[in-house]
Design a protein around this ligand. Structure first.
Ligand code: SF4
Length: 414
């Protein structure tokens, strides 16, 4: 490897994003300390718009879990949750977050000078992604004596039928009385429509960000996406997220105009299927860039595109948007989706991350990877690892597997 190869090309917009995230966390901290502030904890694909419309500051423990992973605090914290009976086999985002609570530590201190995560007034889940989020929030409900409410979404859906949407819309509506009481605010339906409209605009902008990587060379990588998705996750429904993605898009458009790729000499285009390995983002980004391989698309980053949000019918729109998600669908649906992504992004190979503590977001346990390789005719590799528990990950093995995949493609390209 010589020269710039393997170096990560940082997006200039990163500064604006970090400033926005700092503002978000400081507002949460202030709300948590103020007697009149109201904080809701929400699962990552939970009803954030409804909570925002009721005046809650919305905090996402899974985002905190990702920070614990990226800061490599997670692995040492997980055993504390295991000691309470939370198995080492369940979601390591959950166990590291609970471990951090028990240890009284948070990566927010180093990042923003904030001593603790914001105290919740209510915990709101949606089981669309997994059951773990419900158990995760139930821990805090018992521990802090805070009400727990949520939506139970059916999973492994081949088709999201009108009956499913009707039931989920009713479940979303049924949350309102309890949330009104906790927030001390009556739901203003016009305000909810405005919040949903903003969330939809955010989704559209985020979609454009990700789709910019269809260009060759791609102006951003999956690894950039995992960082820059922050506002789409925690601030959807807040116009500041929209402003941020306008800034980022301008930079990406500039890269496309000037023929600047996210990595130098893009030769191979990969798809990342499954969770990131949060503590190894930089190492993966550098290795792949050094091999002139760009991860141009992923299921993970695309999971925060909610095309079905609808301002004119906010409850039905939320019901549909939060149930048509990839993670809540059948294998047959997932195969069709991935085939489309391979075509649209001109993918040469797929990296599947088999995250041991997240079977919900690992799609190589029921033969899908083999069937897809047969149908689209491109190679794949399966990396055994985990999102947060680095004891389940082998650096050496992963590097060798990725090298072998690239060598295979180099051989094909001659
Ligand atoms: S989807 Fe996976 S990583 Fe996310 S909360 Fe559920 S088990 Fe944890």
């Amino acid at each position: 490897m010589t020269g710039l190869q393997g170096k990560i090309k940082k997006l200039e917009s990163t500064g604006a994003m970090q400033a926005l995230m700092a503002e978000y966390f400081r507002e949460l901290d202030a709300a948590s300390r103020s007697p009149s502030g109201r904080v809701a904890w929400c699962t990552s694909v939970g009803p954030a718009e409804l909570l925002r419309a009721l005046g809650f500051k919305v905090y996402f423990p899974e985002n905190h879990g990702a920070m614990l992973g990226a800061s490599r605090m997670a692995t040492d914290l997980i055993p504390r949750a295991n000691a309470l009976g939370y198995s080492p086999d369940i979601c390591s985002s959950l166990t590291s977050d609970v471990g951090a609570y028990l240890a009284g530590v948070t990566p927010l201190t180093r990042a923003f000078g904030i001593q603790t995560v914001p105290r919740p007034d209510v915990l709101v889940y949606n089981t669309n992604q997994c059951r773990d989020v419900q158990d995760w929030f139930a821990f805090y409900s018992r521990e802090l004596g805070v009400p727990l409410v949520g939506v139970e979404t059916p999973r492994s859906l081949n088709e999201v039928t009108a009956d499913v949407v009707r039931d989920l819309a009713a479940q979303h509506r049924a949350l309102v009385p309890a949330l009104e009481e906790i927030s001390g605010t009556r739901l203003d339906i016009d305000h909810l429509k405005d919040v949903v409209a903003s969330s939809y605009r955010c989704t559209e902008l985020w979609r454009r960000v990700l789709r910019s990587a269809r260009h060759r060379p791609a102006p951003l990588t999956f690894f950039d996406g995992t960082i820059h998705m922050g506002p789409a996750v925690v601030l959807r429904g807040d116009e500041r997220a929209e402003r941020y993605y306008e800034i980022l898009l301008e930079e990406l458009d500039g890269r496309i105009r000037d023929g600047v790729g996210a990595i130098d000499g893009e030769a191979h285009r990969f798809y990342w299927e499954g969770m990131p390995v949060w503590g190894k983002l930089r190492s993966h980004a550098e290795q792949l860039a050094g091999l002139r391989s760009c991860v141009v698309a992923s299921t993970y980053c695309n999971s925060w595109i909610f095309e079905d949000l609808a301002a004119d019918d906010p409850f039905e729109g939320m019901a549909r948007a939060y149930s048509v998600l990839f993670i809540a669908r059948s294998e047959a649906y997932k195969e069709r989706y991935l085939e489309t992504m391979v075509r649209e992004y001109a993918i040469d190979g797929i990296i599947y991350h088999n995250a041991k503590t997240c079977p919900n977001n690992s799609n190589c346990n029921y033969g899908l990877h083999r069937r897809l390789t047969a149908s689209v005719g491109i190679p794949h590799v399966v990396i055994d690892g985990d999102l947060n528990d680095l004891r389940l990950y082998s650096e050496e093995q992963t590097r060798t597997q990725i090298e072998a995949l690239v060598e295979q493609l180099d051989g094909v390209d001659g």
